[in-house]
Ligand binder design. Structure first.
Ligand SMILES: C[S@@+](CC[C@H](N)C(=O)[O-])C[C@H]1O[C@@H](n2cnc3c(N)ncnc32)[C@H](O)[C@@H]1O
Length: 236
């Protein structure tokens, strides 16, 4: 396994699953999260799935490179979202490295099947706020949030359990659904908040230069989030 395989992000994903029970890695690509789980002995079995054949082949090669050929304990399956999985056959499902809206669509496709898994470990690359809002509206409990650095980028990891209802404070934080209470305990929080403020400032700058009437409404929304995030930073 190369250095990306052992990245802080991959280790954090592995750390968030239910220990001792089978897991699935949906959209596995290189298979690093699954391999980390198997190598550490955290779970007895991982099902590695991907919508595309090329990534599944990559996962197979990664397994082989680690002396772990595809087997009953490391099953490779082709297909979209949760389709390759039977209801409830894994306790935890990792869905990482995709856009927040794609992750949301995967979870929303078959609510009965989604509810059959105990825990989802989600790492949206974009639109994490939209995903958190959907989890809140759809009766998931977000039980943990982690931040992890990979290649200079801070990744958000959301641990969510279906059917357990939102937990107190799940919707709140400096900026609801974006900068949440649960991530405040993380050592990377100050850095994450600073970067978030930087992104909002950039967006506000380009909206200021736009002449469209929609931009004015959006600018007000961005400024409000910026004020809330800056207030939170002042209290660090
Ligand atoms: C950027 S890679 C992420 C790989 C790995 N999960 C990670 O976090 O490092 C995204 C992978 O998701 C797969 N993918 C995209 N849409 C998918 C879907 N609807 N169902 C399953 N896999 C999907 C892609 O083929 C690709 O291999």
């Amino acid at each position: 396994m190369n250095s990306a395989a052992a990245s802080e992000r991959i280790r954090t994903l592995a750390d968030c699953v239910v220990k001792g029970l089978p897991a699935a890695d949906v959209g596995t690509d290189h298979g690093y999260a699954a391999i980390t789980l198997l190598r550490s002995g955290l779970v007895p079995k991982v099902i590695l799935t991907d919508i595309n054949e090329g990534p599944l082949l990559r996962a197979k090669r990664s397994l082989q490179a680690c002396g772990m050929d595809a087997s009953e304990d490391a099953e490779l399956r082709l297909g979209p979202g949760l389709c390759p999985l039977a209801a409830g056959e894994a306790a935890s499902v990792i869905i990482a490295g995709m856009g927040g809206e794609l992750i949301r669509d995967i979870l929303a496709e078959d609510p009965g099947k989604t509810a059959s898994f105990s825990r989802f470990v989600l790492q949206p690359r974009t639109r994490s706020g939209a995903l958190r809002r959907w989890l809140f509206d759809s009766g998931f409990a977000v039980t943990d949030e982690r931040l992890a650095m990979e290649n200079g980028r801070i990744c958000e990891i959301i641990v969510a359990e279906p059917g357990k209802g939102p937990v107190p404070g799940q919707d709140g934080g400096a900026v609801p659904f974006e900068i949440t209470f649960m991530m405040e305990k993380d050592p990377l929080f100050a850095d994450h908040l600073e970067r978030y403020i930087g992104r909002l400032r950039k967006i506000a700058g380009s909206l200021c230069r736009s002449a469209s009437p929609e931009a004015a409404g959006e600018l007000e929304n961005v400024r409000e989030r910026l004020r809330a995030a800056e207030d939170r930073r002042a209290r660090l």
